[in-house]
Design a protein around this ligand. Structure first.
Ligand code: GLY
Length: 382
């Protein structure tokens, strides 16, 4: 594993394969050195512990979207080449609509043309779409090669880049094809978030609030102390601490349930209703905004059903609104129910809902699908 004493924070994830999440300002400049330490380039590192390829990597495929590539592609390429890697690149149009079979096939073709072998690696530079695409391509190229995540959105840094969920969308819905494939390294540089548009930052913050709600009252209180989004964004140290804490919590949940059969479902707090809202908006609404409203609905419903005191939805609504996130939706139950029924989380006749017991503690509650409409009414929808 990496000697990260000189980096601000290193979190080790002992999942089915072990890897580090390294968090620090300017960390992108160390990408070549850190990837080399995994075994490859001109480095002497050799950390092959059950990884798909068990030889030294000489080639990397950098996968990025056009927006992120124009901002950070050159910087990433420079450090990777300097470390002795032969680099090829695959850049696709930004946005969820690229998370499809064509882009996936494009990555694989580029990797083949560039002569990557089982020992080589993909590097995902971008947000959740890039990580999901590159991760799924890595999971399947030559029956599985290593990949590195360099998240450039808050949402990806605190959630999507850790835990090994990869996949693409099909016409039938989001993430319909995928694989669990853990990265070999996650390199998180909060300075890359400085160019993130404000709404994208807010969207990521919704997942931070979600993480606090399910597992850490102290993290929630930390967030509640910020005056607004601008104050939080300006607090560089605070951002690193909050990101690190979210990664630790996600790591612990993933270690308890890597393959999403039980405890990992806690991460779905606010998501069933959130997915319904997102889908009803034709995906015009950002994921985190929809999840924010979904969490508030679930918390109000939980309170009305005596799972938690009034103070829980009240505190959640206050924090969401402070950061410019919605605590409500314009849609009624009839608008979003068809999308929730069709969602993959609606297994059989039961849906696993996550409800808060207190701030920092949620639980998974199976609910018959037939009771979902009333749950939404209890959450304030009409
Ligand atoms: N983003 C939810 C999960 O990783 O399970």
């Amino acid at each position: 594993m990496i000697n990260a004493s000189k980096y601000l924070k290193k979190i080790c994830v002992n999942a089915s394969s072990e890897y580090d999440v390294v968090i620090g300002n300017g960390a992108i400049d160390l990408a070549g050195e850190l990837i080399s330490a995994l075994g490859g380039g001109s480095g002497s590192g050799n950390a092959f512990c059950g990884c798909p390829g068990c030889g030294k990597a000489s080639k990397l495929l950098l996968v990025s979207d056009d927006t992120v590539y124009s901002l950070y592609g050159e910087k990433a390429a420079e450090t990777l080449k300097k470390a002795g890697f032969e680099l090829s690149e695959f850049v696709f149009p930004h946005g969820e609509s690229s998370k499809n079979l064509d882009t996936y096939a494009g990555i694989l073709s580029r990797a083949l043309e560039s002569g990557l072998t089982r020992n080589d690696m993909f590097v995902a530079l971008g947000g959740g779409v890039t990580g999901d695409l590159a991760g799924f391509a890595a999971a399947t190229f030559k029956r599985g090669i290593r990949f590195v995540q360099i998240p450039t959105t808050l949402l990806s840094a605190v959630d999507a880049s850790v835990g090994g969920k990869t996949g693409i969308d099909l016409d039938g819905g989001k993430n319909q094809v995928g694989a669990f494939h853990q990265p070999s390294l996650v390199l998180c540089d909060p300075e890359l978030l400085e160019t993130l548009p404000e709404d994208q930052f807010r969207s990521g913050l919704a997942e931070v609030i979600k993480t606090a709600m399910i597992a850490d009252e102290a993290l929630f209180e930390t967030l509640a102390r910020y005056k607004d989004l601008q104050e939080f964004r300006a607090d560089k140290e605070g951002l690193i601490k909050v990101t690190g804490r979210c990664v630790e919590i996600k790591r612990d949940i993933v270690l308890a349930d890597e393959f999403d059969r039980g405890e990992r479902m806690l991460l779905n707090f606010g998501h069933p209703v959130g997915h319904g809202i997102e889908a009803k908006s034709g995906f015009a609404m950002l994921h985190g905004f929809a999840v924010a409203a979904g969490m508030a609905v679930a918390a109000r419903a939980a309170c009305n059903r005596n799972y938690c005191p009034d103070a829980v939805p009240a505190a959640l609504e206050t924090v969401l609104e402070k950061f410019g996130l919605p605590a409500d939706t314009e849609y009624g139950a009839d608008d979003i129910l068809p999308f929730i029924y069709g969602d993959k989380k609606a297994a059989g006749k039961l849906i696993n809902l996550v409800v808060p017991r207190s701030i920092g503690k949620c639980e998974i509650t199976p609910l018959p699908l037939s009771g979902l409409e009333e749950f939404l009414y209890d959450g304030g929808l009409r």
